[in-house]
Design a protein around this ligand. Sequence first.
Ligand SMILES: *Cc1c(COP(=O)(O)O)cnc(C)c1O
Length: 275
Amino acid sequence: MHPLDRLSAHLGGARVWAKREDVNSGLAHGGNKTRELEHLVPEALAQGADTLVPIGGYQSNHTRQVAAVAAHLGLRAVQDVRAAGGTPHAIPAGASDHRLGGLGFARWAEEVRRQEEELGVFFDTVVVCSVTGSTQAGSTQAGMVAGFAAQDRPRRVIGIDASAELAETRAQVERIARRTADLIDLGRDLREDEVEVLLGWAGERYGVPVASTLEAIRLVGRLEGVVLDPVHEGKSMAGLVDLVRGGRIPPGSNVLFAHLGGQPALNACSALFRD
Ligand SMILES: *Cc1c(COP(=O)(O)O)cnc(C)c1O
């Protein structure tokens, strides 16, 4: 976790920090999927699985991380296991539809609380990319919402929709947040205002960057040397930039940008950066 002081000065408002899931693990490319797998894979091991079977879309960060975790543990990761005499363990898309899929980021919220104590700072606002669709589903924000609800401090978690499906993303985040809240024994209902997802930076569809995405990627690369991807984090950063610059996140705020990884997608989009 570290401040983005040159970006903050450039935007002229709130102070922006980043928590870096892109460098969270030392396994392949890291990212939010690694945290989710941390809670799913022990169950696979306990059931005697020798092979992990993930589902994911084109350029899936999830399948990349499942392959890395499998390699690390001496398991295999493929799609066609029983026929070859193996014992598979299926990992749902983005790990989100798994019962335990929200726990990784509920624990992340606790980690933030500890880091705040160490650093002597309080993040009143957290900005995170949120996605829904057939191959993944909002468990990152949902886990955070449940985890921060247990702390009950005046903190906003702002999800920035990157799939151009606001109603679906919000419904999915809310569903997984409630399930995760039950799992961690929150002991109260989540309030409506605890699930906040904003639309406006996704463009027309999931996976396709728009001008504001590319501007955000260039800005943060040039000012901070932090690399963002064109599918997810470029979009959530574009949201943060507008919210801070326009004062919707007020100047006195400390904002935490959750950098969820995803840089390998840049390889497929290099043509967009030729200039
Ligand atoms: C999967 C992913 C997301 C979205 O996470 P959800 O939990 O599905 O909302 C955001 N950023 C990156 C880099 C991802 O790989």
